[in-house]
Design a protein around this ligand. Sequence first.
Ligand code: CDP
Length: 224
Amino acid sequence: MNPPPFLIVAIDGGAASGKSSTARILAERFHLLHADTGSYYRALTAELIHRGVKATNPGAVRAELTDLKFGTQIVGHSADLKIHDDKVREADIRSPEVNSAVSHFAALPEVRSALLAYQRGLAEEARRHGFRGLVMEGRDIGSVIFPKADFRFFLHADPDARVRRRALEGQADAVAERDRLDSSRAASPFTCPVGAISIDSTHLPLTEVVERISRLLTSRLLSK
Ligand code: CDP
């Protein structure tokens, strides 16, 4: 019998659409490596702020980026970004300052291309570590990073429902404003990738979103 295929699962979605929780559960259930690319953009933003660089000065951003070295630390199923061997601290990347700056940095083509090869390279990293695949979530995964992924999902929900979810997590976050900036930028704008499976989670509990996706992954794994 052939070994099961190595699966690449792309999940895109707006702020608080449930993509991180969904990806985390799928990673454990199917033994996939989980890449939360939003945390990579956040980590890079925190580092650039720390270095005193502003998103309004792309030249300075470019100069700092040439000096940055990325690495990965795998913790359980999660592929965490390390910058210069330093593990990124959660508190640093979820701060109000990063919440309001991240979309401005993420709109810069130099920032996006600094992360592109790193993100694609995680598929190989997953294979090397014996995972059965990679589940990557973000804003441009099914459209730009892995347009040929085995599965591409797009999660969305009513903006009010998403603001409520963030508030329940104890975070003040301008969800609608980030969505607007992310969707209107010229470089890899946030969009539902053509051909992706779209799931509206406004009235669906997380467990149901996960079940819907799991059924599709299971049938693919069993059909090979
Ligand atoms: O807070 P939420 O989970 O919605 O966002 P996130 O996934 O942590 O991403 C934070 C920000 O990073 C987004 O608002 C985008 O500006 C940027 N991002 C991106 O541009 N492309 C990605 N693939 C992932 C995140």
